[in-house]
Design a protein. Structure first.
Length: 346
C-alpha cells in the first residue's frame, strides 16, 4: 500500500507496520523472520498490520543484512517444453512447502542469455541456484564456482559437476533404447533428432556407440535439425530419412513429439508399425500409451528431479551439508506395440 506523506505517496515501511501494531521495529522484523520467537498474540497484530498496510518486505535490504535473500534462482532452457514444465512443477510444489520463493529465468538454449541471467541472479544474492545441464560456458561455470550459494545442476549427471547434480545419464538411456531395438530384431536403426542441445548430443552418442559395437552404424541413418521439436517435424525428418535410406527398419527419436510425428508419417505412407518400421521415443509422455499402435518410450522422472533438486538445495542452505554431490534418478524403458517384431505380434 502507498501511504500519503506530506502530499506525496510512498510505500509502507517496517516502521509503519510497527506503529500500526504498537510494537517496536525490531519486534516486527523478528516476527517476519523468526515467527516462533514472537508470541501468538503479537504475531497476529503484526500480521493484521502487514495486511492492512499492504507491506512488502524489502528483500534487497535483507540481503545486505544477511548476505542472502530467501530466493531460489532457477534457470531452464524452456518453459513451454513439457519436459521442463514437469521439472518446474516438481520445483514449485516443493518450494511451496518452504520459506523460499522461486525466481525463474528462461535461457532459450542460449549460452549468452544464461551468462547474463546468472550475473543478474547472483547479484541479487540468492539462497541457492538450480540450473539445467552440465554444459555451461567457461564464463558461466566460473560464475557458478565462485558463487556464495549452493548450486544444483539438474537433468543430467556426469563428472563435470560444479557443486551438486541430480538427473540421469542421457548417454546410457539412449544406449539402452538402441540395444532394445537390436534385441527386437531391427538392424537398420535410424536416429531422428531436433534442437540437438548437449543432452540430445549425448543421446546421439549413446545410440552411435551401441551400433558401432554391433558393426551396424551408418551415418546415413542419422537425421537431425537445429529446429525446435514438434510432432509435424517428426514426420518431416522421417520423410527425409526415407529419401536417403529407404531400407531403414526402425527409428529412435530424440523425444516423444518426434516419435508421434514419425508414427503419423508412417501411417500416411501405409508403412506398418512395427512390422516394417519400429518406432521408439524418449521422455515417457502419457500420450505415448494412447496412440495406435502404442509407442515405446523411455520414461524419465522429471517431476521427481525437480523435487529432489529443491530438497538437496534446502539441506545445503540450512545445514551447510552437501547431501551427496550427484544423484542419479535413473530411467525406465517402457516397451509397447511400436517395437514388437512381426513374429512377436503374431
Amino acid at each position: 500500500m502507498y501511504l500519503e506523506d506530506k502530499g506525496k505517496f510512498r510505500q509502507s515501511t517496517l516502521a509503519d507496520v510497527a506503529l500500526h501494531a504498537d510494537v517496536s521495529v525490531a519486534t516486527v522484523s523478528r516476527a517476519l523472520r523468526e515467527p516462533e520467537k514472537v508470541s501468538a498474540k503479537v504475531r497476529l497484530r503484526i500480521q493484521q498490520a502487514v495486511e492492512t498496510l499492504g507491506y512488502i518486505p524489502n528483500t534487497a535490504a535483507r540481503a545486505l543484512a544477511t548476505a542472502r535473500t530467501d530466493v531460489i534462482g532457477v534457470l531452464v532452457p524452456s518453459v513451454t517444453n513439457i519436459v521442463f514444465a514437469e521439472v518446474l512443477r516438481g520445483i514449485y510444489d516443493t518450494v511451496g512447502q518452504t520459506p523460499y520463493t522461486v525466481q525463474l529465468g528462461n535461457t532459450d538454449y542460449s549460452p549468452l542469455t544464461e551468462e547474463r541471467l546468472l550475473r543478474l541472479f547472483l547479484g541479487q544474492r540468492p539462497a541457492g541456484l538450480l540450473i539445467s545441464g552440465l554444459d555451461q560456458s567457461p564464463s558461466a561455470r566460473a560464475l557458478l564456482r565462485t558463487s556464495q550459494c549452493p548450486v544444483v545442476q539438474i537433468m543430467d549427471v556426469g563428472e563435470e559437476v560444479v557443486d551438486m547434480a541430480v538427473g540421469f545419464s542421457h548417454l546410457e538411456a539412449a544406449a539402452d533404447m538402441t540395444r532394445h531395438l537390436l534385441d527386437r530384431g531391427y538392424r537398420r536403426i535410424a536416429f531422428l533428432g531436433a534442437r540437438m542441445d548437449p543432452r540430445s548430443q549425448r543421446r546421439l552418442k549413446g545410440y552411435q556407440q551401441v551400433l558401432e559395437q554391433a558393426g551396424l552404424f551408418d551415418e546415413r541413418l542419422i537425421v537431425t535439425t537445429p529446429r525446435h521439436s514438434s510432432v509435424s517435424l517428426g514426420g518431416v525428418l522421417l520423410a527425409e530419412l526415407f529419401s536417403r535410406e529407404p531400407l531403414a527398419d526402425a527409428v529412435f527419436c530424440n523425444n516423444d513429439a518426434l516419435a508421434l510425428g514419425a508414427l503419423f508419417e508412417s501411417q500416411r505412407r501405409r508403412i506398418r508399425v512395427p512390422e516394417q518400421l519400429g518406432i521408439a521415443g524418449f521422455s515417457g509422455e502419457e500420450m505415448m500409451a494412447d496412440t495406435f499402435p502404442s509407442l515405446t518410450t523411455l520414461h524419465t522422472y522429471r517431476y521427481d528431479i525437480g523435487r529432489r533438486a529443491v530438497e538437496m538445495l534446502r539441506t545445503a542452505i540450512e545445514s551447510g551439508v552437501r547431501p551427496g554431490a550427484v544423484v542419479d534418478m535413473g530411467y525406465r524403458l517402457i516397451e509397447r506395440e511400436s517395437t514388437q517384431t512381426f513374429r512377436e505380434v503374431n
